[in-house]
Design a protein. Structure first.
Lengths: 565, 334
């Protein structure tokens, strides 16, 4: 008996001891020297993303976390006005196109050096463009060079087995002198300039690319490429306001202010990126101050952050579109009256009001209002269930009309925070409009996306976030080429495809805008799907973090950020 | 003894081969592949074909398996599809984190569980016994992720005593020669960093250790109750040995057998990756790595990772069996 009492006492002491030990200061902070009430220079900001970056080589990534870090280290020829998609000079001070639109001349900033001290000049620009054009093997994989393929198409030697586009918009690059570079295209393109603001086309130090083997690797017996260089993981070298410090995967990535930066120097000393995958974990880390900012705030967490005086929410301008997609090759969706009936049968206003936490607006076409080519006068389909029924009967169908409606599970997208609720509300409103909805759901990836891409889904929820501020990145992506998801491989709409082709190559901005507006009007008549929302994604920060400028395309710089007490 | 160990190690071979076959075919039976995982909405039919070609997924499945076996025999487990780094490198990065967390959780569970079970058994039917019963039920029933979030809310957000995420504060930098952050801090002689690492370990260890704590407490209680009534204990007491000596040398020592077995099995289980705890505390271990790999159909990671976890589990079980033989002379000498 005595010994067990001793054990009990020991237990109690241990527990007490643990509790006392734990009473040290918890949490961390990051502020710099305090100067009360003013902006302060210095300090370290800790920002949480959802995962580690893949590699810090802009040409080889398309994931948001890699691009976020790349945007601090690298710059391109052109940039975007903060908070918008308007093109402004960056490493190029001015530019002009030849009259046939095939040769673009860029005048470069002078006196700029890369982080390794080598000079930024026209030869460096051409080195980068030629590097991308000459990608071979594994680098031609769309998960690697997605943006090159989207904007320029093919390569110098496109592997026919890889399925990449055979032709390329890019022809060559020439350095007229140290600060003048000419990029030659194979055909006129107007989306080319806007696309140059993409992080994929940022300019890296040729010396670093070579010294650290950016393209080096071994190809094994199966033809699989294994990267061996250390450029993208240890020596990314650009011209931007921050330089690469260190990177411990799973722990943190540190950037350091570039004190030799050619433009306005950053205010922070350092920026540290931490990967925190779970949304609640990110929120709690912000509440304790272990991080001072994070991206992809869940809609249900926004009231929590707004209600805390030590925290703030920042909005990204809406640059996405959520839509109900339709596969026209699956009857009865091939009849335009049925598609119109579907459009009139969706109560979009109610969905946007209820499930977007006050951060959505109803969409009436397949691109957001900020993009050039947006037409205000497209046909609109306000909720009218009686009209739906009339249209269905006029099409010779007996009510209710059976359709299968797909929605994804296990995901929240910026344009569609709660797919299931959206679906349920739409199904309910369609039931009143003469439709009998059969629900089909699947986990977002790869199942749901796979089924949609293969054309298996008759009616489905999907959306798109724009990469760069060009209408081609929206309606061109959807409708310029036949796709199984829309059923346009079986029933292509030649008129709209030709119109979009024409708009893409038109170099006069006014004419181009008119062409895209015309395309939007025609698309909303043709009604390949029903757009329903544009929404504003949100970032969360500590209240003393100022100067962060959210961008519609998530091209955001930490150089303007500072702590304010 | 040696023959026993060698025989057990040889058994590893058919286990791993069978498992690799199972995993290989199972993950390919799952719908979809890495393409949609990599590209999301940006996947087109063309890009999907490109990616499948890249990873050899368009070949017949037996061809794929033969190639896989050839690569594995060269100890080449391929690269992760999402991070493009070698699978072996990722295991080396992530496994120490899992080991550290598992050991911390077991340390917490054993430190509290054995004394708790012992006292409960000694005070059979008393207040402590009933309280420990309630606590065990609570420990087993409460979902780990909920416990983790609750612990974080109370101790971090509200009381500000402990951190919520990661293994170390973002502003502290130390070298990582061993990748075990506790050891790294000791090696560096950086005691503020060591304290910070320990603080980061506390809440995840408590959350993860809640179930082992409950189990160990109950098993200890049952084992002690069992042994207490044995003849040799009565003899020891009758001989006039002090109660403490009886308890330690005779009761606890013999009760240890089932306890050690359970502890070993639990460690093996925890080393397989504590997904929920790792998610809630952003702990970069094996658990979340494997679950993410399933979601993104990251075949190389799944194949290499599951084999590795199976290997660890088998080895830990072997160690448990050997330690059992060491502790129990009856087994050893038979």
């Amino acid at each position: 008996m005595r010994s067990s009492r001793k054990v009990l006492a020991l237990l109690a002491v241990l527990t007490l001891g643990l509790a006392l030990l734990a009473a040290g200061c918890g949490g961390g902070g990051g502020g710099g020297t305090t100067t009360g009430g003013e902006a302060q220079v210095g300090g370290t900001l800790v920002f949480a993303g959802a995962s580690d970056p893949v590699v810090l080589d802009g040409a080889l990534v398309s994931d948001g976390e890699s691009l976020r870090v790349i945007d601090q280290i690298f710059e391109g020829l052109v940039g975007l006005k903060p908070g918008s998609t308007e093109i402004v000079p960056a490493l190029a001070t001015s530019w002009e196109a030849s009259s046939d639109g095939l040769a673009w001349t860029f005048h470069l900033q002078t006196g700029v050096n890369f982080h390794d001290g080598t000079p930024f000049n026209a030869a460096a620009v051409c080195y980068n463009f030629d590097r991308w054009y000459n990608f071979t093997g594994s680098f031609q994989n769309p998960s690697a060079s997605y943006y090159w393929q989207t904007v320029f198409g093919g390569f110098a030697k496109t592997d026919p087995k890889s399925g990449a586009p055979a032709e390329s918009l890019y022809k060559s690059c020439g350095a007229t002198d140290d600060s003048t570079v000419v990029i030659n295209l194979t055909k006129a393109s107007s989306s080319f300039l806007g696309a140059l603001s993409l992080s994929a086309f940022s300019i890296a130090s040729p010396k670093a690319l070579q010294d650290y083997g950016a393209d080096e690797g071994t190809v094994d017996a199966d033809g699989i490429f294994h990267p061996t260089g250390s450029y993208g993981t240890e020596h990314p070298t650009g011209t931007g306001p921050f330089t690469f410090g260190s990177w411990t995967v799973g722990d943190k990535l540190t950037l350091v202010r570039n004190d030799d930066y050619w433009g306005a120097k950053a205010k922070l000393d350092k920026v540290i990126f931490r990967p925190i995958a779970d949304n609640t974990a990110r929120l709690q880390a912000l509440q304790t101050g272990e991080i001072q900012g994070y991206d992809l705030v869940e809609p249900q967490d926004i009231p929590t952050i707004q209600g805390d005086s030590k925290l703030q929410v920042l909005d990204r301008p809406a640059f996405n579109v959520a839509y109900v997609g339709i596969n026209q090759s699956l009857p009865p969706m091939d009849k335009v009256e049925v598609r119109q009936a579907l459009a009139y049968g969706l109560d979009r206003q109610s969905v946007v009001d209820s499930f977007y936490s006050g951060r959505g607006v109803v969409a009436k076409e397949f691109m957001p209002p900020e993009v050039v080519g947006y037409a205000d006068d497209v046909t609109e389909y306000t909720y009218d269930p009686e009209k739906s029924k009339t249209l269905l009967q006029a099409a010779g169908l007996t009510l209710p009309v059976k359709i299968t409606f797909w929605y994804p599970t296990d995901v929240s997208r910026p344009y569609m925070p709660d797919p299931k609720r959206n679906f349920e509300a739409f199904a309910a409103s369609l039931a009143k409009a003469g439709f009998a909805v059969t629900a089909k759901s699947a986990p977002w990836r790869p199942d749901y996306l796979g089924n949609v891409d293969e054309g298996k889904a008759q009616v489905y929820l999907l959306g798109w976030t724009g990469d760069f501020g060009d209408p081609d990145n929206f309606v061109g992506t959807f409708f310029q080429s036949p796709q199984k998801a829309w059923g346009t491989t079986e029933k292509p709409n030649k008129e709209i495809m030709d119109l979009l082709d024409q708009a893409e190559t038109e170099t006069d901005l006014a004419k181009r805008t008119d062409l895209y507006m015309e395309a939007n009007r025609k698309i909303m008549e043709w009604l390949p799907g029903v757009p329903y929302a544009h929404s504003k994604p949100a970032l969360g920060f500590r209240a003393d973090v100022q100067g962060y400028q959210p961008s519609p395309v998530s091209l955001e710089s930490f150089a303007t950020v500072y702590f304010q007490k | 003894m040696l023959r026993y160990v060698v025989r057990r190690l040889l058994l590893l071979v058919p286990i791993l081969i069978g498992l690799s076959l199972l995993v290989f075919f199972w993950i390919r039976a799952l719908p979809g592949g890495p393409a949609q995982a990599l590209l999301g909405e940006r996947a087109t039919a063309q890009s999907i074909r490109q990616i499948e070609h890249e990873y050899g997924l368009d070949k017949p499945i037996y061809v794929q398996y033969v190639r896989y076996v050839q690569r594995v025999s060269r100890l080449d487990f391929g690269d992760s599809v999402t991070t493009r780094r070698p699978v072996l490198y990722e295991i080396k990065q992530r496994f120490p984190a899992t080991v550290e967390l598992a050991l911390a959780a077991m340390f917490f569970a054993v430190l509290l569980g054995i004394p708790l079970g012992f006292v409960a058994a000694k005070r059979y039917g008393g207040v402590v016994d009933n309280l420990s019963l309630v606590a065990s039920l609570f420990g087993i029933s409460i979902p780990i992720f909920f416990l983790g979030i609750l612990l974080k809310y109370v101790f971090s957000v509200k009381l500000g005593l402990l951190p919520t995420v990661g293994r170390i504060d973002a502003l502290i930098t130390i070298d990582h020669p061993t990748k075990f952050y506790v050891l790294d801090a000791i090696v560096a002689g950086d005691f503020p960093a060591l304290w910070d690492v320990l603080k980061h370990l506390m809440l995840p260890a408590i959350a993860l250790g809640s179930i082992p704590l409950a189990i160990i407490a109950r098993i200890t209680r049952a084992a002690v109750l069992d042994v207490q009534n044995e003849d040799y204990v009565r003899t020891a007491r009758a001989k006039g040995l002090p109660p403490r000596v009886v308890d330690v040398r005779h009761v606890l020592r013999n009760a240890m057998l089932p306890i050690v077995t359970i502890v070993g099995l639990l460690v093996g289980f925890l080393l397989a990756g504590a997904v929920l705890t790792e998610t809630v505390f952003a702990w970069p271990g094996i658990g979340t790595w494997l679950v993410d790999a399933i979601k993104s159909r990251n075949y190389p990671v799944l194949q290499g990772g599951i084999l590795f976890v199976a290997l660890i589990f088998v080895l830990v079980n072997l160690l448990v069996d050997i330690s059992y033989a060491i502790l129990n002379p009856r087994i050893r000498l038979s």
